[in-house]
Design a protein around this ligand. Structure first.
Ligand SMILES: C[S@@+](CC[C@H](N)C(=O)[O-])C[C@H]1O[C@@H](n2cnc3c(N)ncnc32)[C@H](O)[C@@H]1O
Length: 140
């Protein structure tokens, strides 16, 4: 089950013009995810159910101790600093179960210190192509 938060969804015109998919099966999955209605659970296949919530992280009511894994893909701290401030991280960490994992492409020292201050065990890992480091943090 995958719960996704998106404040400003791209238009159909834009997502249809993206070249993120190669095979017919990827094209079909990509369309299915984009066409899925918002604000409700939708089965994508036998093992993947998606909920797309159109709201901001600031407004979203996240259930406590609920998520196993957080993919945090906000715009970079120098572009959207409010997404990386302690109250936002605190909100996310409260919504994580014990042993849950938080991952992000950002590897700034302040982020690592903030995650540690919230009780997470923080590691730096090799990043994807073009990125030296990424962060994985585990709630204990
Ligand atoms: C770096 S993009 C990642 C998008 C998506 N993960 C992807 O790979 O296509 C950051 C996303 O955060 C969304 N966003 C901006 N402000 C937000 C907020 N306050 N709460 C939730 N999402 C927000 C933007 O609209 C944008 O789609």
């Amino acid at each position: 089950m995958y719960y996704a938060l998106e404040a400003f969804p791209v238009s159909e015109e834009i997502w249809k013009s993206l070249n993120y998919t190669a095979t017919d099966s990827e094209v079909s999955k990509f369309r299915q995810m984009h066409n899925a209605p918002w604000q409700q659970w939708q089965p994508m296949d036998d093992s993947f159910t998606l909920f797309k919530e159109e709201t901001t992280l600031q407004v979203a009511a996240l259930p406590p101790n609920h998520f196993d894994l957080i993919y945090f893909d906000a715009f970079a701290p120098n572009k959207q600093p409010e997404m990386w401030e302690l109250p936002m991280l605190e909100k996310i960490v409260s919504a994580m179960k014990a042993q849950a994992v938080f991952v992000t492409y950002c590897a700034k020292g302040q982020l690592k210190r903030d995650l540690k201050s919230l009780g997470l065990v923080v590691e730096s890992l090799p990043g994807p192509p073009g990125k030296r480091e990424m962060v994985r943090a585990i709630k204990i």
